[in-house]
Design a protein around this ligand. Sequence first.
Ligand code: IVH
Length: 681
Amino acid sequence: MAGFLFAIIQSMSEHSRYEELKTQIHLHNYRYHVLDAPLISDLEYDRLLNELKALEAQHPDWVAPDSPTQRAGAKPSEKFEKTRHPAPILSLANAFGADDARAWYERVKKLDERVERTKFVVEPKIDGLSVILHYRNGMFAQGATRGDGEVGEDISANLRTVRAIPLKIPLDDSALRPPPYIVVRGEAFIRIKDFEALNKKLEEAGEKTYLNPRNTAAGSLRQLDPQLTASRPITLLTYQIVHAEGGDIPTSQWETLQYLKALGFPVSDAARRFDDIESAIAYAQTFEMGRDALPYEADGAVIKIDDLTLAADLGVVGKDPRGATAFKFPAREVTTKLLGVEVEVGRTGVLTPKALLEPVEIGGVIVRNATLHNFDFIAEKDIRIGDRVLVKRAGEVIPYIIAPVVDARTGAEKIYQPPTVCPACGQDVEHIEGEVAWYCVNAACPAQLVRNLEHFVSRGAMDIVGMGIKIVEQLIQAGLVKDAADLFALKKEDLLTLEGFAEKKAENLLLATQQAKGQSLRRVIIALGIRGVGEVMAGDLARRYGSLSALEKSTADELQQIEGVGPNIAASIVDWFARSANQALLKKLQAAGIDPREQTAEKSVGALSGLTFVVTGALPTLSREAAKKFIEENGGKVVDSVSKKTSYLVLGENPGSKLTKAQTLGVKIIGEDQLRNLAGA
Ligand code: IVH
């Protein structure tokens, strides 16, 4: 009986922990994906999620549709079901420039005198895909595409994976009670920096890169495998309540935006309300001037009548409501001549074609080069040297070629032949079955070495401050560096022989190199540049294996147990460690003192056990005493002076002579962040 009661009580407390975890994870999700202001680290987030998953594994009957685990991506479906929208999903008429916008205002003013007294809301017009989100009793119930405005496609399983979409509204237990049935409209899109990172990852994996953020977002949401959608960095901004039943909703556009925000939906923070049309137009123009700096592609601003009753009364022309207009920005597409194709060699040996263009101005910037994506793209689009080509520049995205202008051909254009040898080292290039990319497989190719080292020293990897591609090239050219490990054997005399190096610069670079020796296992794995292993996966591998030697011994089967590691990536990791040049590199790195460890299990006291630390200078957040306490609590030892036995020197601002001593003795130097990493905190 007692045992039975105990089981019930335990299950009750587990259940309340389960609910608490769900609430916390939703909150952290919201802080990260909607507010862009996380409260905890990715590692801490993963821990919460893992705890939740473990509870769900024990109690499968607890799993509700609003559980954060339900975003993972369901099984692929055969096709999308059609779904009728509860109200027409309208489009927008365009205004090209201020006069056009004024003309729109005059037209609607003539139709209804209330227009003169209304306010206006200006919002960015993001170039993405319209999505319609249904919530029943506060739970995400369905998500659809716009379709023809009357009937769309049910893409709920895909939308569920988009973390900016709340699965439950309101997010917290606030008094706000939305109507039991509410339908919200927003624009799903991919931020430019996420798009570029995605393409970089695809390129490194030898896969086809995407052409632009809009197509990627639309394509990823309209394909049948939710797991693929889950792996794409799609986000969302909402701007309309399409329909509501059983409760009141705001009657102005401005209040709608505040209301959506309060419910936990992402809303643009660039939206503004104005008392008169001229101020609204002026803002749209300012917005246009700043379009290059926007984190997403915007093809205009939307000027909306704030009073939604008035806007509805104004009616619709075709599919365009009279109550709003799209203040379109000029398209940044021009045609110019393709003078030639230059082939660049990437870090993994991938060859990428780059267009050399007759210089042309696009939106105030002179464009001379553009991406041609890959050799298949050139062939598929039949792009010829000498062609006039359509080039687009959007926001910060690298300009790209859209298509040739076939009608402008003179007959003098030449069909492009992809290279059969590497343009940097002259060796034969290879094509891997199933991939679009062509590779230079010569491990000693100088172009690859430059790119490899550029990546190795970069901020997200070993973070050798002050070392960039220029210095890397100098070092390679001077024969001082033949692989990444050679960077750690550099001496001041070596650096002083290089152009542009004086005492101070050389010393700083050496110190930065020394400091990099203490980088975390995750960063070292990133730095190795294994094809298909990006930042997130490097973190997973570090946590799973804990050291380079353990990772080296992993098998493809074992690797595939890790979420996100498929057969290609597993093979790429195994292959990387099997290569003799890489084996030699690892040995050299280890000999240089680069052999980081990471805790593999949950954080436990003792992560620093067996290690001796010396602290010097002022650390960013920890006082000397607090640092000592932190190290000791994690099982480490703190001593006052540096000796050969010191494992790490923890370096802060204005260090004393301990730094010089540590440098002479070759003791690893780390910062506070790295100390925390070591402790798994
Ligand atoms: S309002 C009645 N607001 O632009 C509501 N649309 O060219 C009509 N879009 O289909 C739409 N950002 O996909 C509106 N802040 C915004 C928008 C926006 C992007 C898209 C939307 C629409 C298209 C019309």
